[in-house]
Design a protein around this ligand. Structure first.
Ligand code: F6R
Length: 612
């Protein structure tokens, strides 16, 4: 949430900052701003709205070869020009950009006001600029360290100071920050996406670290109680294709990422399936057969879509491995003082690896002596590092706010885990091999569904016209319904509620009218007849139906009424949920498109939720 970029070198900073910000915009798009340091001091431009508007409106003389920029997802105060970052001390001495939340901001703001400082914005961040400006320490590093020692909360920060025009000072505590090394120029950023066009030689800061970045290099420090203590941190070359961060020929990142799912699914499976022994190899798990047998329960923890796919995973693990499993919203977990059991495997599920609620859940588990692994996409991210072991998703960068390809790979990672847990228990060699065969078919089956997108379009048009919808499913279909409703809400702003099909008649059926369509998940499983019976109850009350199902499922006379049918190929029953999810992504996408919405940047949201 929020993006930071910085540049210092031989070129004019502003165009590079604007370019970097445009690549970070998915992380927050309420406002954007830049500050540059030049011969005549600091200059700041900031604006509510998009980076493009900021770039177009930059003053002609906005020169400076050092600069910092920010794209904001509002926490303190509305999304207006004044609250946009960078924040300054008001006297042209200090400019700062900040990701994260300062928990003691109210007290710090009150103290500054009592000292006669006039605060211009409603933000927590502005205090940093005033405090650094007021610090009597000699070096910028000591000023920043002194101020940060008084900050409670999380931050990734970058400071410019008019008296120290040769440097940017950055620091990290809970919000990612990296330094990119170029030729006589250096970059700082909260995300690789901002700098990958210019350099892939990167040093990631750890929590509690600070860096001085000059045109010629960088120096890192640990923020100790006594001040900054120099430490060595080397930049390393990262193996990433800059094009992975481009939408290319696709009209949006979400569309691109949906269509990357077959290739992504192959990547997460590659090298991990052992056909001979009917099991999987998961090098990063660090659990041998004995450890795996000792696991009595699996608890999956994630937020939003990562939670819903966790529910799919729990059902899958329980069904295949016969180990009790459940999923819980990571955002609620630590607040109920959870009992951490030594023989439970806790699985933290996160695309970004940065979601603070999930990270704090892992910390709670570790504090109480529990065993956690990560199922994470971003290599080296906070959750991956905190868990210390787990399964990487290899989905490639996911830029669209609405998660698609990472979610699919999460499901497949759970299948790999279930296979291993099952094979040290009662899952037979033949069953293991059967699961592997089904997994190998999935990428092609996902492609098959994507190829039917045109046929889904008329259904999406109707959905776009509805104010409110139900998504329903039972047992393994219920989390699919939850994820379908989530995608639709997120990008098309239709009101969509997910219910267990079995629960409809206990209340929500009262809402069924010809104006409220129901998207029903009806796999050809042991519940198909009951599911179809529930659809009749909806149809009898005039409710339009969209049924996501398998070929051959007989919907009888329902199909003569207001009922559309979307089919997905059959897999093993346990794997069905992921195939049933794909048309719901398409449906949500096309509905948002029909409504003319900005699909990659949905209202009020941002990629990676790094605040509680
Ligand atoms: C939905 C979506 C969010 C994320 C959630 C967790 O499409 O993207 O609900 O799934 O914020 O994010 P990660 O997986 O990065 O922890």
């Amino acid at each position: 949430m929020c993006g930071i970029v910085g540049y210092i070198g031989t070129q004019q900073a502003a165009p590079l900052l604007i370019e970097g910000l445009s690549r970070l915009e998915h992380r927050g798009y309420d406002s954007a701003g830049v500050a540059v340091g030049g011969a005549t001091g600091l200059r700041v431009a900031k604006k509510a709205g998009r980076v493009r508007d900021l770039g177009e409106g930059l003053p002609k003389r906005f020169s400076g070869k050092a600069g910092i920029g920010h794209t904001r997802w509002a926490t303190h105060g509305p999304a207006n020009d004044v609250n946009a970052h960078p924040h300054t001390d008001g006297k042209g001495l200090v400019a700062v950009v900040h990701n994260g939340i300062i928990d003691n901001a109210a007290a710090l703001r009150a103290a500054l006001s009592a000292d006669g400082v006039e605060l211009a914005s409603d933000t927590d961040t502005e205090v940093l600029a005033h405090m650094v400006a007021a610090s009597e320490q000699e070096s910028l590093e000591d000023k920043v360290a002194e101020v940060l020692s008084r900050i409670e909360g999380t931050y990734g920060v970058a400071f410019l100071h008019a008296d120290f025009p040769d440097r940017i000072v950055v620091a990290r505590n809970g919000s990612p920050l990296l330094v990119g090394v170029g030729e006589k120029e250096m970059f700082v950023a909260s995300d690789l996406a901002a700098v990958v066009r210019y350099t892939t030689t990167i040093a990631h800061l750890d929590d509690g670290e600070m860096a001085t970045v000059t045109a010629g290099g960088f120096t890192t420090y640990r923020l100790d109680a006594t001040g900054p203590a120099a430490i060595e941190r080397r930049a390393q070359s990262v193996d990433i294709d800059p094009d992975a961060y481009e939408a290319g020929e696709h009209e949006s990142f979400m569309l691109k990422e949906m269509y990357e799912q077959p290739a992504g699914a192959e990547s997460v499976l590659r090298g991990r399936l052992d056909e001979r022994f009917g099991t999987s190899h998961l090098g990063g798990l660090g659990l041998d057969a004995r450890d795996l047998r000792e696991i009595k329960r699996v608890k999956l923890l994630g937020c939003g879509s990562a939670y819903y796919v966790g529910q799919m995973g729990a059902a899958l693990i329980e069904e295949l491995a016969r180990v009790p499993a459940d999923a819980e919203a990571a955002s609620e977990f630590r607040y109920r003082n959870p009992i951490i059991e030594p023989d439970t495997l806790y699985v933290a599920v996160s695309q970004s690896g940065e979601t603070v609620d999930t990270l704090l859940a892992v910390q709670e588990i570790k504090r109480k002596g529990g065993r956690a692994i990560g199922v994470v996409n971003v290599v080296g991210s906070a959750i991956a590092r905190e868990a210390g072991r787990g399964i990487y998703l290899h989905a490639g960068p996911e830029v669209a706010v609405a998660s698609t390809k990472a979610l699919t790979n999460m499901f497949l990672a759970f299948a790999l885990l279930a296979l291993q847990l099952g094979r040290v228990r009662d899952l037979s060699l033949a069953q293991g091999k059967e699961l592997i065969a089904a997994l190998n078919e999935l990428p092609g089956q996902i492609q098959q569904i994507l190829d039917t997108a045109d046929a889904i379009e008329p259904i999406a048009q109707r959905i776009a016209a509805a104010e409110s919808l139900f998504f329903i499913g039972r047992v393994r279909g219920f989390p699919v319904a939850r994820e379908g409703a989530q995608k639709l809400k997120e990008i098309s702003y239709r009101h969509a509620e997910a219910y267990q099909t079995s629960e409809l008649k206990h209340g929500p059926l009262a809402l069924i009218t010809p104006e409220l369509p129901t998207v029903a998940i009806v796999p050809d499983d042991e519940l198909v007849e009951r599911n179809v019976a529930a659809l009749h109850e909806i149809a009898a009350r005039g409710g339009p139906l969209v049924v996501v199902t398998h070929p051959g499922v007989d919907l009888g006379e329902l199909e003569e009424g207001d009922c559309s049918r979307i089919e997905v190929p059959r897999s093993l029953r346990a794997l069905d949920p992921i195939l049933l999810t794909i048309p719901l992504q398409i449906l949500a996408y096309q509905a948002a498109q029909a409504l003319g919405l900005d699909i990659d940047k949905p209202r009020n949201l941002a990629k990676s939720v790094t605040v509680e």
